[in-house]
Each structure stands twice: as structure tokens, then as C-alpha cells.
Write a protein that binds this ligand. Structure first.
Ligand code: GCU
Length: 598
């Protein structure tokens, strides 16, 4: 197994002071820093730059206060309003609704420093560039709005009150990942939880425990300690497993052991085992499932049985209130709707979703597709953009590699075919395979129409990825629903076919003739034709219609219909099922019955 590959790109310009990611933060000793944080809007970045646009050594990170009446300090966090963390700023304050820019946050917290304990600040996600200051010192900078990061603060903490200040900048960047144009809302802020992790001086920083590729009963993986080379013990009490793993000088060790009483995880039986890992004084508990996933010929196999992914795509947007979803409750509602639609699979689009979503899906028996936001027109020839994409891929896999319900890592969505693009994506796909040889690697590609109504995939990435996954909008962006009845799909590759997006829009409650765009009748009719087309598609191993719920997008401006929402949801932003929802629910019930018979 692989060691060096797991050191994230801490050194690149955009990420400064970021520590290697700590595995399984929910299983650690943590102090939550969530709550109401003071904030100051900084449209002109004057908290960072002086009037000569040079970084100001006396910037707002100093949290200064006027000491004497004559002192001139033109900002004050004490009297500032607050924003709730976690939470995007856009849906908390009307004036911030469409704000893209900088906001400074401050949180004060108490710490009791004890012995040799080490401390790390952990951020679930901050959109987009986050500069971190602790007690007046700049300790880190992180770029990426959806991936977690941590910073060691052992040497920067004070015994007693500490002051944490974040400069958060959610402006879209051409060289960014994602880049400037997306079909989702650019929610800004500290969108997921922040916590202070306490660990012993020698601790277990990371581990990977899954079934060995191609094996139904051999558990294999690795451990990575930090701060010393203590042995790591792995216990799975329910299976009477006790493994002692020796580590090398870098604190890295591998293991492999037979486990033939193991019940494998599946959507019908999402079996998880309590796993306890001990490294010196450090003990971490996790809930881990074990399953095999393979692509063989045109089929997918889960635990050796043919798998059809009854999926739906999902944005990380909160049900009913919109804004970024972050809580377990948000996840339970959204995933509950997917289950109600008879899904066994969810595509988490187009970026890393919060850990509550991934773990809740694992408990609920939902397989997952997880993706990084290499979306549309990324700067393929920009090496810093590539490193940023790699850093996001590393944390996507790094955080969730022990979540057995994730079967597909996706490196991109709808990217225009070109040589620089294919080179960029090939390197990403190779990295994903190296980081995790046990799962499938894919991307959402785009279909191509040939003369005579032949539909196919003509993308060089199709040969480099494990699944032929693509988005197709026959009947919505491409013709009318009847076109689904006429087209024929042909693929030259001997791989499973997966439709990562299809569908069309409807305003819930808007009724009319089936040829009237945006009526529920049009969407329902489109889904009926689409299902008919998919049923005829050779090698189809699954699909994820676009999309479970309506979601906010600045690209959707049609008054009285879209009003800032992409209306392709099968459920409205108010949680009301549209007619097309029942078309999918019924089809998936049939597919489920068919699979049960096999
Ligand atoms: C694209 C894209 C989605 C977008 C959808 C749409 O396929 O991947 O992000 O929202 O189309 O147009 O609704």
C-alpha cells in the first residue's frame, strides 16, 4: 500500500500552514467552536490591505481596541453583529444575499492547556479562500470551498481565552476550482462546523480499513501515526478481531487479515461494525462497513451480485430553507426523500458534501458517487489550478475513504474535450486510482449525436475511467420528449453505462398541456419517455436524474417560473413532490423487484 502519496499538497501557494488531514474527527475528543461569531463586512478588503494595497501588519486580525479616548481604531468586533456558524452568510442576512467578497469572523474560546496534549483547529469547509489568524498570528490559508482542513495550533494557543479570526473570501476565480461559471449558488462563509481537536503527543492521524480489492473476506489497509512510531492495535469486537500493526520510521504500517464471518454492507443491509483503533494513549472509535464493488464488462457488481444503481442527484442545499445544508437533520430529510423514491444510490454533486450527509447515507443504505468541482471550463493549463484540484481530490478521498457506501469517485463534470483538459483529467483519474485502488473512478461526460439518431460517447476519457458515465438531456435541451423514443444508444467500450444526469424543469403546482415547458405535465411526460429510452439502453447499470430538489442558481432568471431556482427538481424547494417524482418512484420499485428476483 502507498504512503508518500498521502501527504496533501500543503506547500502550494494557496494552502499555507495546513496540516495533514486527521481521519474521523467525529470519533475524536473535540471542543465545538460553533455558535454566533462576530462579523465585519469588508467590501474593500481594508481589514487586510493598507491604502497602498500592501498587506497591513496592523490589519483587523489584531482585533484592536481603543485603549484611550484619543485612540483611533475604526473597527470593533465587540460591537459587531453576528452570523451563525455553521451556515452560509447569504441566507442569514438580507444585505448579504448576493454578496460575493470578504467577511471577517471572530470567535473567542477558552482552552485549558494540559501536559503534552496537541491541538488542531478543524474546519468542515469554508467557502472559498480562508485566512486563519489565532491570537494575532497568521497561521494558515486554505483555498477550496467544500473540502475540510485542519491546522495544528499546539504552539499558538494560550491557557485561557483565545481569539480566532478568519478572513473569508468567496469571490469566484477564473483559475479556481470551481471556476467562475457554475449552475449553483455561490454560498459564502463558514458553511460547516469548526472544532478544536485534542490528541496525545503521539496519535493515530489517519487509517484506511476496507476489504482488499477483489476479496470478499480479506480486510486490508494502512495506518499513519503522527508524533512517534507507536504500534497501532485494531479491534473489531463483534468479529473477535485483534490486530497489532507495526509501523515504520515514518509512522506508517500496513495490515491484512482474513475475516470470513463478516457480514457485508449493502443497501438492503447497511451493516456497520464498531472498530476501535489504539495508538499509545490515543484511542479512536469508528463505524465501518465492508463490501466489494467491481465493474466487469458492462455490469457493476456489489458483493459479487449484479448492481443497478437506482439513483438521484443532489446538491448540498438545505431542505425548505435553502442555504447550505450541514446538519444530520438536513441529511436525514434529503436522503429520506431519496429513499421514498426507492433509490439505493445518490450522486453528491458537484463537490465534496458534508460528513453528516455521507455518514447518514451509509447508515441509511444509500450508495454514493462523490465528486470534486472540476466543473465546465476549468483552467486546464494552469498548474496551480491542477494542484488545487489534486488537493480537493486528496481530501475528498482522504476524509471519506472508510465510508463503505461510496463506490465512485468522480473527478469532473461536463468538461469540454481538448488535449489540455484530457491530460489534466487523466492525471486526476490516475491519482484517484493510486489513492484508492478499491473503488471506481468516473466523471460526468457528455453524449454525442451521430447522423441517423445514433447517440454515443465520444470522449477520450471514456477509455481512462471505469464507468461510461455521462449527462444527457434528450427531450429538454436536445429536442422534445418524443425524441427519446427515436434515438439509439451505441457504445464501443465494454464498460457499464451510467446516466449521471437527465431530466427537465417544472414549477411545482404549475399545470397545463404536456407540451407546455415548465408545467408538471411536461416534466412527467419527459420522464416517461426518458425511462422508456433508458430501459432500451444496452449496458445501463444505473442513473441519477437531475435532480432531487429545486436548488438556487443565479443562472435561472425566468420570472414567475425560476425566480433564481433551477426547477429540475423532482421535489420543489418547499418539499412538495412533483408528478415526475412518482414516475421515478414507480420505475425504481419495478427495478428493485427485478433485482430481488435475480
Ligand atoms: C448540467 C450541469 C448541472 C446543471 C444542469 C442543468 O448538466 O451538470 O450542474 O444544473 O445541467 O442545466 O440544469
Amino acid at each position: 500500500m502507498l504512503a508518500a502519496l498521502w501527504l496533501p499538497f500543503a506547500a502550494d501557494a494557496a494552502n499555507m500552514g495546513i496540516s495533514p488531514l486527521i481521519q474521523n474527527v467525529p470519533g475524536r475528543q473535540t471542543q465545538s467552536l460553533d455558535g454566533h461569531w462576530k462579523y465585519i463586512l469588508d467590501v474593500y478588503e481594508l481589514g487586510y490591505y493598507n491604502y497602498r494595497m500592501a498587506e497591513d501588519a496592523n490589519g483587523w486580525f489584531r482585533d484592536q481596541k481603543a485603549q484611550r479616548p484619543e485612540d483611533l481604531v475604526e473597527y470593533n468586533f465587540d460591537t459587531a453583529p453576528t452570523l451563525h456558524v455553521p451556515g452560509d452568510w447569504n441566507t442569514q442576512e438580507e444585505e448579504l444575499f448576493n454578496y460575493e467578497g470578504n467577511i471577517w469572523y471572530r470567535q473567542k474560546f477558552q482552552v485549558r492547556l494540559q501536559g503534552a496534549e496537541r491541538k488542531f483547529l478543524y474546519f468542515g469547509a469554508v467557502n472559498y479562500i480562508c485566512s486563519v489568524y489565532l491570537n494575532g498570528r497568521k497561521i494558515g490559508v486554505h483555498e477550496g470551498g467544500f473540502n475540510p482542513f485542519d491546522i495544528e495550533v499546539t504552539n499558538y494557543l494560550k491557557d485561557g481565552e483565545n481569539t480566532l479570526i478568519l478572513k473569508v473570501d468567496n469571490r469566484r476565480l477564473t483559475e479556481g476550482v470551481p471556476t467562475v461559471n457554475t449552475d449553483w449558488y455561490n454560498y459564502g462563509g463558514i458553511t460547516r462546523s469548526v472544532s478544536l481537536i485534542g490528541v496525545p503527543s503521539v496519535f493515530l492521524r489517519d487509517y484506511f480499513i476496507q476489504l482488499k480489492k477483489g476479496s470478499a473476506d480479506t480486510v486490508a489497509g494502512w495506518v499513519q501515526t503522527d508524533g512517534g512510531t507507536s504500534q497501532v492495535d485494531i479491534e473489531i469486537p463483534e468479529l473477535k478481531v485483534v490486530q497489532h500493526v507495526a509501523v515504520n520510521a515514518d509512522g506508517y504500517g500496513t495490515f491484512e487479515f482474513k475475516c470470513n464471518k463478516l457480514v457485508r454492507w449493502s443497501p438492503d443491509n447497511p451493516k456497520l461494525y464498531k472498530v476501535r483503533l489504539t495508538c499509545g494513549k490515543d484511542t479512536v472509535e469508528d463505524e465501518i462497513g465492508f463490501r466489494t464493488i467491481e465493474a466487469r464488462g458492462k455490469k457493476l457488481y456489489l458483493n459479487g451480485e449484479e448492481l443497478f444503481c437506482r439513483g438521484v442527484a443532489l446538491h448540498e442545499e438545505a431542505p425548505f430553507r435553502s442555504g447550505r445544508a450541514w446538519s444530520r437533520e438536513d441529511a436525514m430529510v434529503l436522503l429520506g426523500w431519496a429513499k421514498e423514491m426507492n433509490c439505493n444510490f445518490v450522486r453528491l454533486a458537484h463537490y465534496q458534501h458534508n460528513e453528516n450527509m455521507v455518514r447518514e447515507a451509509e447508515r441509511m443504505g444509500l450508495l454514493l458517487w462523490a465528486e470534486i468541482p472540476c466543473y465546465w471550463t476549468i483552467q486546464w493549463e494552469n498548474e496551480a489550478t491542477f494542484e488545487n484540484a489534486c488537493s480537493q481530490l486528496e481530501t475528498l478521498i482522504g476524509r471519506d475513504k472508510n465510508r463503505t457506501n461510496i463506490i465512485i469517485w468522480s473527478v469532473a463534470n461536463e468538461t469540454p474535450v481538448s488535449e489540455p483538459r484530457t491530460a489534466f483529467m487523466t492525471r486526476l483519474a490516475d491519482l484517484a486510482h493510486q489513492l484508492d485502488p478499491t473503488r471506481l473512478v468516473a466523471a460526468a461526460m457528455e453524449k454525442k449525436e451521430l447522423p441517423g439518431g445514433i447517440m454515443t460517447l465520444d470522449d477520450p476519457m471514456a477509455d481512462k475511467l471505469d464507468v461510461l458515465s455521462f449527462n444527457q438531456y434528450v427531450g429538454w435541451y436536445d429536442g422534445l420528449p418524443e425524441k427519446c423514443d427515436r434515438v439509439v444508444w451505441q457504445f464501443s467500450q465494454d464498460k457499464p453505462v451510467f446516466i449521471s444526469e437527465f431530466g427537465g424543469g417544472a414549477l411545482q403546482g404549475y399545470h397545463g398541456p404536456a407540451n407546455q415547458r415548465f408545467t408538471e405535465e411536461f416534466q412527467e411526460d419527459l420522464y416517461r419517455h426518458s425511462v422508456g429510452m433508458l430501459e432500451k439502453m444496452e449496458g445501463l447499470s444505473g442513473c441519477s436524474p437531475w435532480i432531487l430538489t429545486d436548488f438556487r442558481s443565479p443562472r435561472r432568471v425566468l420570472v414567475d417560473i425560476q425566480d433564481g431556482f433551477n426547477r429540475k427538481g423532482l421535489i420543489s424547494d418547499k418539499g412538495i413532490r412533483k408528478a415526475a417524482f412518482y414516475v421515478m418512484q414507480e420505475w425504481y420499485a419495478r427495478k428493485k423487484a427485478e433485482s430481488a428476483k435475480k
